[in-house]
Write a protein that binds this ligand. Structure first.
Ligand code: AGP
Length: 610
């Protein structure tokens, strides 16, 4: 994972770099560091912990730099210590390097270097890159980088500075994303893992790939291929309507984002329900109606929360569009040998659009001849650039590592797309309009849940003492309960298993006992009686029961210890209100347990290594 950032230009490089790194902190926050040149020498400052503490250290040390590269780390090789924090250096400390990615053959390379008496100061895979470049350097930094890259196995985006090359950053990338930008006046340049961390003035952007190497100076960028032949890169105009993220009075980004969902759902629907034609419309959509009508299979790819949204999507395609659909966790999909024909549409789902496994699985499916539809929140992301067409969530930046509003918007977009196909296959005006009405009720039902959040806070207080939970549901509530369990795990550090309720008897019921609460998501009309019976079985074994139940399910009153009533909904749209309730439950438990809610331990917002 990790975020890398570099700045050359007239502005204060430390300030710009720290600002950029803060934008990239979603990629990891185990340690942070910065390096640059001052009075002809490499100077640096780095330490374990978040960027805010690096900022203080820089101030206390009075660091000054002429230009800079910086890094925010999610630890892969080596503990999150000061020593392992980037930048890393060659033996002579004449060059500094920051890296995002994983060097798979680092241990062989390190052994080879050690046999030449090269001394290492960290446990990282990154340091071998710095040391190799140092070994190859004979006055030409580009040449030393070019000689190093073929020796590396794995993925990387790197930025390097050298004391003999003032005002110059050399950058290179293979698989890990790296964008390079400059302003219209050609006065400054930026290197960043994500162009959304650029300054508002940096509107020209290019993306490095496939061992391309860039020589970056203030407002001037030269790109070379892997043999150092100069190449022309496509320059894209970056549209930025960036606004600094704010908690807007909420205690955490997470709770702010949970609350935003009544409006982000509306944004996901905005302009897409055409009442006049009873059709669904997507902006800049590149798939023809003929192609969509010819699809026989849909393969949905995603990781974590996005895979849960994809699972709900499979039910939409089966129930609403009558198309076969399956969801696959992208880290598995990329190594499968699937039978994908040209009538299989692949849908790659990702909030960030930078998840390494999702991108790799998508590329593999593309290589096998499939068309790719992206469902993504971040504009300009790798996924959105590589998919044949992308439907954006329009949910706005999601700052909390724990995904909430992106999930509900992903589910909404999947429902829209499923209905779009259904319409193309002949769903009537009347049926379409009924669904339009249901779409328009989602925001209100989310609002109803939010208005009762204090009740969930009280319930959560009661359950915060437990260390193990069993979540269950049926049909649409299966991925919903898995997602709710994931929220609890990641922000409260509590063990929460999600299961289809019908599986209870096939093993997990052995776990059920009085200190193992069961959280049941009941809002699925078709299977209501079934889940009530499952809860009776749980009750007979003495487990505390919290039920998220649709209003009117009287039979639950005698069974559950606690009930949170949810607004009525058709089955396919029940996940919206249910998940908001599940998110609030997880939030209040995490709060009660005093966890780091917006930046939970060991996590990163965007998982850019496999
Ligand atoms: C969600 O709360 C998680 N932090 C995580 O599972 C996330 O959904 C996953 O890493 C996929 O991210 P993406 O949607 O950006 O691809």
């Amino acid at each position: 994972m990790c975020g890398i950032f570099g700045y050359v230009g007239k502005k204060d490089p430390i300030k710009i770099c720290i600002g950029g790194l803060k934008q990239l902190e979603y990629r990891g926050y185990d340690s942070a560091g910065i390096a640059g040149l001052y009075e002809g020498q490499i100077k640096s400052c780095k330490e374990a912990g978040k960027i805010a503490s690096l900022e203080k250290k820089i101030l206390s040390e009075g660091l000054k730099l002429d230009f800079a590269i910086g890094h925010t780390r999610w630890a892969t090789h080596g503990k999150p210590t000061d020593q392992n924090a980037h930048p890393h250096f060659d033996e002579k400390s004449s060059l500094a390097l920051v890296h995002n990615g994983i060097i798979e053959n680092f241990s062989q390379l390190r052994d080879q270097l050690k046999s030449k008496n090269v001394r290492f100061t960290s446990e990282t895979d990154t340091e071998v890159i710095a040391q190799l470049i140092g070994q190859f350097y004979r006055g030409d930094l580009l040449d030393a980088v070019q000689k190093t890259l073929p020796l590396l196995q794995g993925s990387f985006a790197i930025a390097i500075i050298h004391s003999n090359h003032p005002g110059q950053i050399v950058a290179a990338a293979r698989e890990s994303p790296l964008s390079i930008g400059y302003d219209d006046q050609h006065t400054e340049s930026i290197v960043s893992s994500d162009p959304n961390a650029f300054l508002p003035s940096t509107s020209n952007v290019m993306f490095l790939r496939g061992d391309e190497i860039a020589q970056v100076e203030a407002g001037k960028i030269s790109i070379f291929n892997s043999t150092l032949k100069p190449i022309e890169k496509k320059i894209e105009k970056l549209e930025s309507n960036y606004q600094a993220p704010s908690k807007e009075g909420f205690e955490h980004f997470l709770i702010k984002e949970i609350y935003e969902q009544s409006s982000t759902i509306q944004k996901a629907l905005l302009g897409r329900l055409n009442d006049e034609s009873a059709c669904i419309e997507f902006e800049n959509f590149h798939f023809s109606d003929e192609y969509l009508k010819s699809i026989r299979n849909i393969w949905l790819l995603g990781c974590g929360t996005s895979s849960h949204a994809g699972w709900i999507g499979t039910m939409f395609f089966e129930d609403l569009s009558r198309v076969n659909a399956s969801v696959e966790i992208a880290s598995e999909a990329r190594y499968r040998n699937p039978l994908l024909a040209s009538d299989t549409l692949v849908i790659a789902i990702s909030q960030s659009g930078e998840t390494a496994d999702t991108i790799a699985a998508m590329r593999e499916a593309k290589r096998r001849g499939c068309s790719i539809l992206g469902i993504c929140n971040v504009v300009n992301s790798t996924l959105s650039r590589e998919a044949d067409s992308t439907i954006f969530l329009k949910a706005g930046p999601e700052m909390s590592v724990c995904s909430t509003k992106a999930f509900s918007s992903q589910v909404a977009v999947l429902a829209l797309f499923a209905l779009h196909i259904a319409r193309l296959k002949g769903l009537s005006d009347g049926e379409m309009r009924k669904y339009f009405a249901h779409f328009r009720k989602i925001s209100g039902s989310i609002q109803q849940v939010l208005e009762k959040s204090s009740l969930l806070q009280t319930i959560a207080k009661k359950y915060a003492k437990y260390n193990d939970f069993f979540f269950m549901g049926r049909r649409y509530m299966v991925p919903t309960c898995l997602e709710a369990a994931l929220k609890l795990k990641e922000i409260s550090y509590v063990n929460a298993n999600g299961y289809p309720a019908g599986e209870l008897k096939h093993g997990p019921i052995a776990l059920i006992c009085p200190n193992f609460p069961v959280v049941a998501f009941c809002s699925n009309d078709q299977t209501l009686d079934k889940i009530v019976s499952n809860l009776m079985e749980v009750k007979a074994r003495g487990a505390p029961i919290l039920a998220f139940a649709p209003e009117g399910l009287h039979s639950i009153i005698e069974i559950a210890d606690d009930i949170f009533w949810l607004p009525e909904s058709i089955d396919p749209f029940a996940p919206f209100a249910s998940i908001v309730a599940g998110q609030l439950f997880a939030y209040y438990i995490a709060k009660d347990r005093g966890c780091d809610i917006d930046q939970p331990r060991n996590l990163a917002k965007s998982v850019t290594v496999e």
